[in-house]
Design a protein around this ligand. Structure first.
Ligand SMILES: [Fe+2]
Length: 315
C-alpha cells in the first residue's frame, strides 16, 4: 500500500463507523464548500483544500519523504521526536503513524468537535442546546491548542527523512462503533455490570493488568445504568461540562468516556449521571486496532509503540 492509500482507507473506515449518516457527513462538507466558493481569489488560495474532502481535519498526511510501497509501520498513541528517533534506530520503518494529532492535524483538532453536537442530538439533546454549549467549548479548545508547538514532531520526521501521518477521529469513531453493541445490551443492569462487560474487551483487560482498566468516576457499582451513551469516545476532545444537566434531562443515565477532567466529573455527578471511564490509551488502542487490522490484512507489518496495546482481530 502507498501512503495516500493507507490514509484514504483510514478516512473511509472512519466515515463508515461515524455515528452520523453518510448524508450528514456530506452536508457537513457541503457547508465548507459553500464557504470556500464565496471566497475571493486570495481567500481561495489561502483556504486549506483538505477541508473540502476530509471530514476529519485532525487526521493528516504530515510528511512524505519517500512515496514508496509501505511494508512496515511504527504506530503509537503519541508520536514525538523520541518515537521518530526510535523509528530511525529500529530501521526498516516505511511509515510512522501517530494517533494523537500532530502538525496541521493538531492545529485543526477543534474542527472535529462539531461531531459531538450530532452525537448528543442522536441521544436526545436538542441540537440548539448542543450547538450552543459546544460553540463556547470549541473556541476554548481552539485557543488552547493555539500555543502548541504543532510542527515539532513533523520537523524531526522531515530532518530524518521519514514518512509521517496521523489518524485520530477515524480511529475514535471505530472505537465508539465497537462499543455500540455493548451499550445497547439490555442485560447490563448496573454500572458494575457495565464495567464487567468492558473488562471482557481484550484492550481493557490488558489495561486492567497494568492498573489502567475501566473505572467508575461518578456513581456507584450498584447504580442502575439507565440509558448508556457513547458521547465521549469520539469528537476530538472533551465537550462542555455544562452539557451534563442537559443530558440528564434528555434521559441519559450513564456516560462511557475515554477520560474526564475533574470539572467534568463534578458536573456529571451533580446531574446524577454515572460516569465510567473506559480508559484513555486503551480506548485509543481499541480504535487504532480496527484500522491496523485492515493494514495487516493487506500485508503491512505493524510495530506498536508509545502505549499502543496491539490486539489483532485480522485473522
Ligand atoms: Fe486519545
Amino acid at each position: 500500500m502507498k501512503i495516500q492509500e493507507i490514509f484514504d482507507s483510514a478516512i473511509k473506515m472512519g466515515r463508515d463507523a461515524d455515528f452520523r449518516s453518510e448524508e450528514e457527513i456530506e452536508t457537513f462538507l457541503a457547508k465548507k464548500k459553500k464557504r470556500y466558493e464565496k471566497l475571493d481569489e486570495k481567500g481561495k488560495a489561502e483556504f486549506d483544500k483538505e477541508e473540502l474532502n476530509n471530514p476529519y481535519l485532525d487526521s493528516r498526511i504530515l510528511h512524505i519523504a519517500d512515496d514508496k510501497e509501505i511494508k512496515k509501520v511504527l504506530v503509537g498513541v503519541d508520536i514525538e521526536s523520541a518515537e521518530i528517533l526510535l523509528a530511525k534506530e529500529l530501521g526498516g520503518i516505511d511509515l510512522i503513524i501517530a494517533h494523537h494529532p500532530r502538525g496541521k492535524g493538531l492545529a485543526n483538532l477543534h474542527d472535529v468537535m462539531h461531531l459531538q453536537c450530532d452525537i448528543l442530538n442522536k441521544y436526545g439533546v436538542p441540537i440548539n442546546v448542543a450547538e450552543g454549549l459546544m460553540k463556547e467549548r470549541i473556541s476554548e479548545v481552539a485557543r488552547g491548542i493555539n500555543a502548541s508547538n504543532h510542527e515539532r514532531a513533523v520537523d524531526t520526521a522531515r530532518l530524518l527523512g521519514l514518512n509521517f501521518i496521523c489518524v485520530h477521529t477515524p480511529c475514535d469513531n471505530l472505537a465508539a462503533n465497537f462499543l455500540k453493541p455493548i451499550v445497547e445490551d439490555k442485560a447490563i443492569e448496573t454500572v458494575g455490570d457495565l464495567v464487567e462487560r468492558l473488562n471482557e474487551v481484550p484492550e481493557y483487560k490488558k489495561a486492567q493488568e497494568i492498573g489502567a482498566g475501566p473505572k467508575i468516576f461518578a456513581g456507584s457499582p450498584d447504580n442502575r445504568v439507565g440509558r448508556i451513551t457513547l458521547t465521549e469516545i469520539t469528537g476530538g476532545t472533551e465537550g462542555s461540562p455544562k452539557l451534563y444537566e442537559k443530558m440528564a434531562q434528555a434521559g441519559i443515565g450513564t456516560v462511557i468516556s475515554m477520560h474526564q477532567s475533574e470539572e467534568h466529573r463534578k458536573e456529571a455527578e451533580a446531574a446524577n449521571i454515572n460516569v465510567v471511564i473506559a480508559g484513555h490509551i486503551s480506548s485509543d488502542s481499541l480504535g487504532i486496532n480496527q484500522f491496523l487490522d485492515e493494514l495487516e490484512k493487506r500485508g503491512v507489518e505493524i510495530v506498536p509503540c508509545s502505549g499502543l496495546i496491539r490486539v489483532s482481530r485480522a485473522k
